[in-house]
Write a protein that binds this ligand. Structure first.
Ligand code: ADP
Ligand code: NI
Length: 215
């Protein structure tokens, strides 16, 4: 199968699997990540087959929706690509992206080994920022049953992935525990530049939020 066909088949598979998901990990999230990954990847000179497959498959079976099991996503991605007869070395590089992409806590390093991984991680993180990032954060916080805001609860800088995963902090605290940290964690200069405006927008949102709250 040629590269274009592999990508098209994967798109249909991911769309069917994630369509209608209600917490911001849906097909449209994948499409936005794909678009930004292509934009960044082309500027950075990455292997675009690996970038596109990584972007498409990065949330195919997220641990958050599989009882905290981080091995499901990489396994599902691997099995999908194997039955399309994708070259083993490409599969390995894509599976690494799926495995390593996630944020794991403020004090936990999440290095990406390859340029393609850095590109897809940046594209995924851009979708956690700005207006869309804010919308997704409240959608996911609501799904978990977390409070919107509680001025008596301070943010927690998590030292381990376990602590981060099990946290039920407020959604406003998630901005401090993750979202506002992402700008400095962007891997590529293209990603960093795109993150600036979205970061500022979140700061403005928080200022207005506190103004209305009456702090
Ligand atoms: P990553 O893309 O690093 O794997 P996740 O899939 O964990 O990140 O998170 C994607 C988005 O889901 C976050 O950017 C945020 O909007 C939302 N999210 C994740 N965890 C929380 C949380 N504890 N509270 C509110 N929103 C969250
Ligand atoms: Ni994602």
């Amino acid at each position: 199968m040629n590269q274009a066909a592999i990508i098209e088949r994967t798109k249909s598979y991911v769309r069917e699997t994630l369509e209608g998901e209600g917490t911001g990990h849906d097909w449209w999230h994948i499409q936005r990540v794909l678009n930004n990954a292509v934009l960044i990847g082309e500027k950075e000179g990455a292997d675009m087959l690996v970038v596109q497959l990584g972007a498409l498959l990065h949330d195919i079976a997220d641990f958050k929706f599989h009882g905290g099991d981080e091995t499901v996503g990489p396994r599902v991605a691997k099995e999908w690509l194997e039955q399309l007869h994708v070259t083993p070395s490409i599969i390995e590089r894509v599976v690494h992206i799926v495995k390593d992409i996630s944020f794991k806590g403020a004090n936990v390093a999440t290095p990406m080994q390859t340029l393609e991984g850095k590109v897809v991680q940046d594209a995924d993180r851009l979708d956690a920022l700005g207006a869309i990032g804010i919308a997704r954060t409240f959608a996911y916080g609501g799904y978990r049953g977390n409070e919107l805001h509680n001025p008596e609860q301070a943010p927690v800088m998590h030292d381990t992935f376990e602590a981060y995963k099990n946290s039920n902090g407020t959604t406003i605290n998630h901005f401090y525990e993750k979202l506002l940290l992402l700008k400095e964690l962007m891997n590529t200069s293209t990603g960093k530049a795109l993150a600036e405006e979205r970061h500022r927008y979140m700061e403005e949102f928080l200022t207005q939020f506190y103004r209305e709250w009456g702090d």
